[in-house]
Design a binder for this molecule. Structure first.
Ligand code: NAD
Ligand code: UDP
Ligand code: UDP
Length: 318
C-alpha cells in the first residue's frame, strides 16, 4: 500500500499556515493542524474539515506535544508587529519554547522539521539586498526584539539540534508575505491599506513612507516552503524566501488607492521605533537550491487580496 505521510503544521489556522495545510492535503498527505487561535481563525481552515485526512487540534506549542509525525512545519507565532507586541513575553516563549518542543518532537519521531524564520533576523539591515550570510542588525532591547530575538534564538536551536542530535532541519527566512485570509485587524501594511481604502478612510503612512518592503504572494511562498521541506538531508538553509520586487510604502499605498478606486487621502503617523528602512531578499540561494522564484507580481497578487477584503469589510459593516 502507498505510504501516506503524516504532516504537522503548527500555526496551521493562520494566514500562511492555512494555505500550507491546503497544499499539503492536495499532495495526499495527512495533515494535523495545531493552533492556539491567538491570531489564527477557525474559518481559515473550515473548508478543509470535511477531508478525512485533515485534523485540527487546539494546542499551544509552548507546552510539549506528543504525536507521531513524519514532517513538521513550525509556523506558530504571531507575525504582525501589533500582535507580537501585545504580549511580548508570550511571543518569545512561542518562538523559543515552541522551537524546543517541536525539535524535541522531531528528535523523538525522526521527523524532518522546517522553521518559519523571518527577514526580521536581519533587523534594520545595513546591507541591501539581504543575503543569508548577513548576521543582521537587531536591537535586542527594543519593542521588536521579542519577535526578532525569539526567531534568532529559534534558528540557533535548530542548528544546535542539527549538530548535536542530527535532527533534519530546514530554515526558511520568510520576507513580507500577503494574500487572502490575512486578518483584517492584523495591523500589517497590506491589510491596513486595503481595509482603509475599501472603507474610504485615510491611509496611514508611518513616517515619510519612503521605507521599502518586498511583497511575496502567499501561493509563491507556500511553494517555496514545500520545495525546501522536500530537499535532501544536506540542505538545512537558512534560505531566503520572498519576492525581490521592492516598493516604498508610499508606492504601495498609491497602487492600492488606484486599484480600489478609493478616494482615501494619505496621512502621516509616527514611524514605529526600530522600523527597518529597507528590505529586499537576495534569492540566489533559493533559485539555485530549490529552483524556485516567485511568479506573481504585486499587482496580480493584490487583485485576489482586495477581493477577499471586500467580503471581509462587507461582513464587518454588516
Ligand atoms: P498568522 O498570525 O496569521 O499565523 C500564526 C499562527 O500561529 C496563528 O494561527 C496563531 O494563532 C498561531 N499561534 C501563535 N502562537 C501560537 C502558540 N503559542 N501555539 C500555537 N499556535 C500559535 O501569521 P502568518 O503571517 O501566517 O505567519 C506564519 C509564520 O510565518 C509565523 O511564524 C511568522 O513569524 C512567519 N513569517 C510570516 C511573514 C509574513 O509576512 N506573513 C514573514 C516572515 C515570517
Ligand atoms: N517534547 C515534546 N514532544 C516529544 C518529545 C519531546 O514536546 O515528542 C518536548 C519535551 O517535553 C522537551 C522538549 O521537547 O521539553 C525538548 O526535548 P528533548 O528530548 O530535546 O530534551 P529533554 O526532554 O531531554 O529536555
Ligand atoms: N506601515 C505603514 N502603515 C500601516 C502599517 C504599516 O506605513 O498602517 C509601514 C510600517 O511602518 C513598515 C511597513 O509598513 O515600515 C511594513 O509594516 P508591517 O507591519 O506590514 O511589517 P514589517 O515588515 O514592518 O514587519
Amino acid at each position: 500500500m502507498h505510504y501516506v505521510p503524516r504532516i504537522l503544521v503548527t500555526g496551521g489556522a493562520g494566514f500562511i499556515g492555512s494555505f500550507l495545510c491546503e497544499r499539503l492535503l492536495d499532495t495526499g498527505a495527512e495533515v494535523l493542524c495545531v493552533d492556539n487561535f491567538f491570531t489564527g481563525r477557525r474559518t481559515n481552515v473550515a473548508h478543509l474539515l470535511d477531508n478525512p485526512r485533515f485534523e485540527v487540534m487546539r494546542h499551544d506549542v509552548t507546552v510539549p506535544l506528543f504525536v507521531e509525525v513524519d514532517q513538521i512545519y513550525n509556523m506558530a507565532c504571531p507575525a504582525s508587529p501589533v500582535h507580537y507586541q501585545f504580549d511580548p513575553v508570550q511571543t518569545t516563549k512561542t518562538s523559543v519554547h515552541g522551537a524546543i518542543n517541536m525539535l524535541g518532537l522531531a528528535k523523538r519521531t525522526r521527523a524532518k522539521i522546517l522553521q518559519a524564520s523571518t527577514s526580521e533576523v536581519y533587523g534594520d539591515p545595513e546591507i541591501h539586498p539581504q543575503t543569508e550570510d548577513y548576521w543582521g542588525n537587531v536591537n535586542p532591547l527594543g519593542p521588536r526584539a521579542c519577535y526578532d530575538e525569539g526567531k534568532r534564538c529559534a534558528e540557533t536551536l535548530f542548528f544546535d539540534y542539527y549538530r548535536q542530535h542530527k535532527v533534519q532541519i530546514k530554515v526558511a527566512r520568510i520576507f513580507n508575505t500577503y494574500g487572502p485570509r490575512m486578518h483584517p485587524n492584523d495591523g500589517r501594511v497590506v491589510s491596513n491599506f486595503i481595509v482603509q481604502a475599501l472603507k474610504g478612510e485615510d491611509i496611514t503612512l508611518y513616517g515619510d513612507g519612503e521605507q521599502t518592503r518586498s511583497f511575496c504572494y502567499v501561493s509563491d511562498l507556500v511553494d517555496g516552503l514545500v520545495r525546501l521541506m522536500n530537499t535532501g538531508d544536506d540542505v538545512t538553509g537558512p534560505i531566503n524566501l520572498g519576492n525581490p520586487g521592492e516598493f516604498t510604502i508610499r508606492q504601495l499605498a498609491e497602487k492600492i488607492i488606484e486599484m480600489t478606486g478609493a478616494r482615501s487621502k494619505l496621512v502621516h503617523k509616527p514611524l514605529p521605533q526600530d522600523d527597518p528602512r529597507q528590505r529586499q531578499p537576495d534569492i540566489t540561494r533559493a533559485r539555485e537550491t530549490l529552483d524556485w522564484a516567485p511568479t506573481i507580481a504585486l499587482e496580480e497578487g493584490l487583485r485576489p487580496t482586495i477581493a477577499y477584503f471586500e467580503e471581509e469589510v462587507r461582513a464587518m459593516l454588516g
